[in-house]
Ligand binder design. Structure first.
Ligand code: LLP
Length: 416
């Protein structure tokens, strides 16, 4: 079908038609490709030739259990941002030593959740280091530093540089050293994350150099974790080029080799890709239920509300859209969801194949921060998730929410 150019080029659906998938599993529906997921894991694993290198998949991008099981089977480690992520990662088969808890403003209880399970914790302020020291004297700890470099597709996701709530600025290194000594803590690693989605290697490589200068001020580290943020092309229909991983990897590798020589010890180096591993692995299918004109605009009304995919509303993010029909006619339309807010817009003034009521559409590159940011707003049910296995079989890996799920944790006054 000419209107499924992008998914066809990946053989995304492997013989399962989007329409049949929706008929069988309901709409809207997240569809995950095991082939693409595995391929992206391998690309990240092979980013550099330095042997002691490991990507920690950043589960916040997509924390579906089956998805994590695949990532684990590809030999990646994982990072976690909450006890909930630790919980599902352990369930997916990651060992405690393969999980890195990157905490931000957490309680002692949350630190203990990781410590008691033998999971390394990164703290991201001097105050949190002190709290960690009090509850885990003599323990191992990592610290998130601000390299001074920030990057990302929106100000909301830039995490390095001057204006950010994250990480410890290097000017506080004397205080850090004092606290490490006071509580007899061993600083095993330092980590950073500059932000999410860059298509050019420069900010990442600049931050790598900056973090290495910070690392040199500490003896006997075991690892440095350089964070995630590796971008993917969301505008495939406009032939947006991919991030040049080969070039990035070669320059990154040269920095790692040079650092090891200067530091005099073969550290483990890590990265934390979330989006790069997960975004392209999934398409969010939905159904057209209404078409109308309001003034000069033509609206395509679908069942994909921003409860199912928040990115366009939250960050003005672009997702390519495929309309799964044979129409050769194109028209400029605004694609909207079914949530009771005017801002519930998936794509504004987009040139798309002419859609009819009942057509199935696909929001591409929906695997990162798609389901993981979905909600029950308007008491809508979060979508089901289906995995297209390597043999082409489509299997359910998450049930659609049920009406009972909506009230599961509520307590009626009648029951008090
Ligand atoms: N490590 C840390 C400490 C992070 O905060 C993040 C993302 C990552 C790794 C993974 O970054 P990635 O490789 O996925 O870019 N909801 C936003 C993105 C938020 C990213 C938050 N931190 C979006 O939909 O674009």
């Amino acid at each position: 079908m000419s209107n499924s150019k992008v998914t066809d080029s990946f053989d995304f659906f492997k013989g399962n038609s989007p329409k049949e998938l929706v008929e069988k599993f309901g709409s809207p529906l997240y569809v995950i490709s095991e082939d693409i997921l595995r391929q992206r894991c391998r690309e990240m694993k092979n980013l550099v030739s330095y042997p002691k290198f490991i990507p920690n998949y950043s589960a916040k991008a997509n924390s579906n259990l089956a998805f994590l099981e695949i990532v684990q089977s590809e030999g990646l480690n994982a990072d976690a941002m909450s006890p909930g992520e630790i919980y599902v990662e352990l369930m997916a088969g990651f060992k405690p030593e393969q999980i890195f808890y990157i905490s931000n403003n957490v309680s002692e209880e949350e630190m203990l959740f990781a410590i008691e399970r033998g999971i390394t914790v990164s703290v991201d302020s001097v105050a949190q280091l002190e709290r960690f020291g009090k509850i885990n004297k003599g323990g191992k700890v990592a610290i998130r530093f601000n390299s001074g470099v920030g990057a990302g597709h929106s100000a909301k996701v830039v995490t390095g540089g001057k204006k950010t709530k994250f990480a410890v600025n290097p000017e506080y290194i004397p205080e850090v050293k004092e606290i490490l000594k006071k509580y007899d803590l061993k600083l095993v690693g330092i980590n950073q994350h500059i932000g999410s989605l860059y298509m050019d290697a420069k900010p990442f490589l600049d931050s790598v150099k900056a973090v290495m200068e910070i690392a040199k001020q500490f003896d006997d580290l075991e690892f440095i974790d350089f964070g995630g943020g590796f971008g993917i092309p969301y505008e495939k229909l406009n032939d947006q080029p991919r991030l040049d991983l080969k070039k990035l990897g070669e320059s990154f590798n040269a920095e790692l080799e040079q650092f090891v020589k200067e530091y005099g010890k073969e550290l483990t180096f890590k990265i934390e890709p979330g989006r790069y591993i997960s975004a392209e692995s999934s398409v969010l299918l939905g159904t057209v239920h209404s078409i109308k004109h309001n003034g000069a605009d033509k609206y395509i009304g679908t069942d994909i509300g921003f409860n199912a995919l928040q990115r366009p509303v939250m960050y003005d993010s672009h997702h390519d859209i495929e309309v799964y029909n044979d129409s050769t006619e194109k028209e400029c339309v605004t694609v909207v969801g079914n949530i009771c807010e005017s801002g519930d817009i998936l794509a504004k003034d987009r040139e798309l194949p002419k859609a009819e009521i009942g057509d199935v559409i696909g929001l591409l590159d929906a695997g990162a921060y798609g389901f993981s940011m979905a909600s029950n707003y308007n008491n809508r049910l979060r979508p089901a998730e289906v995995l297209i296995r390597e043999n082409g079989e489509a299997v359910l890996v998450r049930k659609r929410d049920s009406l009972e799920d909506l009230t599961r944790n509520m307590i009626s006054l009648k029951d008090l």
